[in-house]
Design a protein around this ligand. Structure first.
Ligand code: ACO
Length: 431
């Protein structure tokens, strides 16, 4: 529970209100305005929630000025280097790093839930082959509520736990199936002898005629991509999951809502958009032209993979991702990759440009992730589904935290209405 010994005074018109202030463990204090309308008859106005805390949470903390991201207190760079995705999932879901026995039990539970209901295959076949895999994922994950009725009662903690494990375990299978479906290849079943990342790579790239040998370095890079995207406190898709769940909707429907939100190019869709942009730039000599376009107020073009609502110094995930990109391309013997060259030069030129310096715009996590994924053999359309696989644990952890909170209320923002005041209906012949 946040500490609340301070107050803030708000004066407007002839009213003066004392509002409680809450102090977090780290980060800025917040003014509790939940009784503002009841006491003062006014709302606050904050489109885009740039200054609004929407919930109390113990999961993730970001210091945007320092470029720091902590999961349950642990810095992301330490987790990316020393831990692995399923251990980070345990940390996010249960609050502490697991003991060896706890980790073994957790990994075994996740591994043994990776298969999907056989009838789901028919569900996939209802989609057009050329559907974007994100469109397929929104539909299939939403449909999980029709296949797994026995874990949709959100008032039962056991069902919540089962739903969490099912989502975490089945999401890579669903993403791989969405991919296989769009390229016209048969689905590959998951395998219990492989770790989470290797299993995903194999389900994407193996075919019945030839198995896929998982390279440990590629599997480590995949695991790192999952880890770096695992959670990011109250971002747009997580807030969508929380808002959808606040009505008591089942977890599968709510995670499908999160996937839909993630798809947008200002959020998870940025990794696809970024690689497409780097390809469009094509060569380093065209970079100034694109930087000029990004700065032009009359041109809607933005540098994709640049800028962040919270990070105003650097994105700590981008640093690890850049290093990973170098390692993977090196391993695969991809020297002088033109996309990587354009990315590096674009980053350099943008970071020296007064426009980007002044607006504190830095490469975000998705500036380099696409280069790694492309080198692994993924088409751009799979980049955002992979983000969705990674972020599932964040959505689920935040959902579990919210449902268990006795202070849970349905999310229902107010508005600043600027439409017509009350007026009388006019018959059609008099309009
Ligand atoms: N290229 C050029 N200019 C930019 C960029 C960019 N990528 N990002 C922001 N700006 C400019 C804006 O035009 C604005 O300028 P102004 O003050 O003169 O109007 C200023 O910087 C502030 O930008 P906002 O859009 O107000 O900032 P906001 O916090 O709302 O947006 C966002 C953050 C959506 C990430 C934005 O930076 C963006 O669109 N970036 C490109 C898309 C992207 O990479 N998204 C991934 C985000 S990370 C993630 O989801 C994993």
């Amino acid at each position: 529970m946040a500490d609340s010994t301070k107050t803030a005074t708000l004066s407007f018109g002839d009213k003066t209100l004392e509002l409680p202030m809450l102090s977090p463990t780290v980060g800025p204090d917040v003014i509790d305005i939940s009784k503002l309308y009841a006491k003062g008859g006014v709302f606050t106005h904050d489109p885009g929630f740039t200054s609004t805390s929407s919930c109390e949470s113990t999961i993730t903390f970001i210091d945007g000025d320092k470029g720091e991201l902590l999961h349950r207190g642990y810095p992301i760079d330490q987790l990316a280097e020393k831990s692995h995705y399923l251990e980070v999932c345990y940390l996010l879901l249960y609050g502490e790093l697991p003991t060896a026995a706890q980790l073994e039990d957790f990994e075994s539970r996740v591994t043994r839930h990776t298969m999907v209901h056989e009838q789901m295959m028919n569900f996939f076949r209802g989609f057009r082959r050329d559907a974007h895999p994100m469109a397929v994922m929104v539909g299939v994950v939403g449909a999980m509520s029709a296949f797994y009725h026995d874990s949709t009662d959100i008032t039962d903690p056991w069902q919540r736990e089962v739903a969490s494990i099912r989502l975490l375990a089945k999401m890579p299978t669903i993403a791989a199936m969405a991919y296989k479906y769009t390229i016209g290849q048969p689905f590959e079943y998951p395998r219990n002898d492989l770790d989470y990342a290797s299993n995903f790579l194999r389900m994407c790239f193996a075919v019945p005629a030839e198995d896929y040998e998982v390279d440990p370095i590629l599997s480590r890079a995949m695991d790192r991509i999952f880890t770096l995207h695992a959670d990011h406190e109250q971002n747009a898709s997580t807030s969508t999951v929380r808002l959808a769940s606040s009505s008591g909707a089942n977890p599968f429907a709510c995670i499908a809502a999160g996937i839909a939100c993630l798809w947008g190019p200002a959020h998870g869709g940025a990794n696809q958009a970024c690689l497409e942009m780097l390809r469009e730039i094509g060569s380093v000599d065209r970079i100034p032209e694109f930087i000029a376009r990004a700065k032009d107020k009359n041109d809607p073009f933005r540098l994709m993979g640049f800028g962040h609502r919270v990070y105003k110094n650097f994105d700590p995930r981008a640093k690890v991702m850049k290093q990973s990109a170098d390692e993977v391309l090196d391993l695969l013997g991809i020297e002088n990759n033109p996309t990587l060259q354009v990315a590096k030069e674009l980053e350099k030129q943008a970071l020296e440009d007064p426009y980007f310096i002044e607006k504190k715009l830095f490469p975000n996590v998705d500036f380099y992730s696409g280069i790694i994924l492309e080198a692994m053999g993924f088409p751009t359309s799979m980049f955002t589904p992979i983000f969705a696989v990674s972020r599932t644990v964040g959505w689920v952890s935040q959902w579990k935290e919210m449902i268990a909170d006795p202070a849970l209320k349905i999310g229902r923002p107010r508005q600043l209405y600027t439409g017509h005041a009350k007026r009388d209906y006019v018959d059609v012949e008099n309009r």
